[in-house]
Structure formats: C-alpha cells, structure tokens
Design a protein around this ligand. Sequence first.
Ligand SMILES: Nc1ncnc2c1ncn2[C@@H]1O[C@H](COP(=O)(O)OP(=O)(O)OP(=O)(O)O)[C@@H](O)[C@H]1O
Length: 300
Amino acid sequence: MSTLIEVKQLSKSFGNKKALNDVSFTIDAGTTTALVGPNGAGKTTLFSILCGYLAPDRGDVKILGQPLRHPSLFGKLTALPQDAMLDPRFSIEKQMSFYGALQGFSKSEALKETARVLELVGLSDNHHSQINELSHGMRKRVCIAQALLGSPKIVLLDEATAGLDPLHAREIRSLISTLSDDISFILSSHDLAELERLCDHVLYLDQGKLTAHNRNAPVGQSKYITLQLHEQYKDALERLKQLSGVLHVTQSQNKEYIIEYQWEFEQFDIHLLKYCYKCNWQYHQLVNGHTLENQLFQKD
Ligand SMILES: Nc1ncnc2c1ncn2[C@@H]1O[C@H](COP(=O)(O)OP(=O)(O)OP(=O)(O)O)[C@@H](O)[C@H]1O
C-alpha cells in the first residue's frame, strides 16, 4: 500500500500556545481518515499546514512523496474549509469554471471539468442555478464539487456535514462513501457516529498531541464487538459473560456492552445474535471492534 501523507514530529505554536506538539502519522492510499478532537485541539492548524496555507515551526511533511507546497502537488490535494462560501451573484457553472481556470484549465476545459464534478455530486441539472436557489445540502455538494476539480488524490473536508439536517447530512455521507474508492478523504467532524461509518483510520488530537488508531486492526489475541441493546435487560452483563468464547465484558454505557472474545472464534457476531434471540433481547446495533467513542474515550 503506498503512503500518501507522511508527517514527522510536526510542531506549530501561536505565541505561547502549542497548537501542534510533535505530531507524527502516516496515511496510506485507499483509507478514509477521521481527524477528531475537542475545540482548539489543533485540527484546523493541521489542515492548514497540509494545504500549504500555514508554515510549520518544525517537522517534516511529505505529501505523495513531495515536500509541502511542491509545485507537483498543485491540484493533487484540495480542501473544503469549514466555512466555505459561495458567491450569490454568479451561477454555479460560472463559479466552478472560474475556480477551474485558476487551476490552469482553459475556458472550454474548465467548463468540461465543471460538468464532470457536478455530475459526480449529483448536480448535473443545476449548472445555471444561482446559489440562493439551492438547499443547504446542495450548496455543500457544490463546495465538495469545487474540492474535486482537477481530480485530486487527497481531499480534506472540515466539518462537511455541520449545520445540515439529518437527510442532507446523509446525502453528503453517501457521496463521500461513493467517491472514496478513488479519493482518499480526511474528514474532520465532531460527529463520531458519522466518522464511525465512513472512516477506517482515526487521528485523535488533543491539545496539539496526537494518538492514531487503526479501527480494523486486531489487538493482541482477542477481538472486540460492541453490542447495543434496545433496553436495559435484567442480568444482561452477567449473562453475556457466560457466553462461550467470551473473555471479558464491560458495560460502557446504559444498554451498551463491549465484549472481548477469542480471536479465533469464527462468526462470533452470529453466535452473539443467536444468543440475544435466545434471551429474548432486541438488539439496536452491533459494531465490530469498539465504537469510535469507546475507543477514544474509554480506558478499559
Ligand atoms: N492564528 C492564530 N493565532 C493565535 N492562536 C491560534 C491561531 N490559530 C489557532 N490558534 C490556537 O491554536 C489552537 C488550535 O486551534 P485550531 O483552530 O487548530 O483548533 P481546532 O481543533 O480546529 O478547533 P475547532 O474544533 O474549535 O475548530 C487553539 O488554542 C487556537 O486558539
């Protein structure tokens, strides 16, 4: 698997404030990465450095094997900033082809490229629409289309679904999921359930310090499954501990259990579901591994 981004010992301060403190990680091709962290953790600073908008104080960054701001990276890494704005005075086609021209496309190529990306985001019928004729979800899709101009390999999306209603947020998630076969996305969001569905690699930043998690990697000799039941059933914790193959069970929150089981146990999920059925428990959700929230915030 080829490495898309390699960051070594990256630091950035604003005055006395260490926004990024000795951050190192790699991102491989074909992964969708979540960038998670509380307010002020350093996410935007990291995005800004990767985009070349901000220079780091220290550290080494390679994107597609090249140093930051290398001319060959132009158009290969793009970003949708958190508060991307569209100009209400111009049609979508006009704005997009303008951005295409800034990327070096001729007028006719820019129009062709605009048509390509608008089709990708499902807005082929809206070339001539003005921004104020579009819903919030459609506007967000236009911004994503803008980030797709020139067929980038890496796209950074800062809070791509923030402020959208559940339906439009779902539309955007499904769009990202469809496009992620060809593009490696790095998504920053405060919505852990959203990142859970879309990402296989998590970068967790807190006060400028980073820990990385591979959500699919088995740990040691056991595996984990997170079970959410519909109700708080009597003795569920004790009964789950009795199930064959189970090594350890913790109750992470009301109605939710993290079950550690023997790694060689095949189809443990089916085994567990049959057990739920036998106990007359209705289950709400079954997630292989820890839920992202548990993985990041629970010490067990
Ligand atoms: N231009 C700046 N000048 C001074 N301090 C800054 C500047 N940019 C960021 N900081 C500080 O650096 C730290 C990291 O900020 P950053 O915006 O990267 O966090 P974030 O994780 O993106 O936060 P949020 O989730 O709230 O968007 C914060 O303490 C912030 O106040």
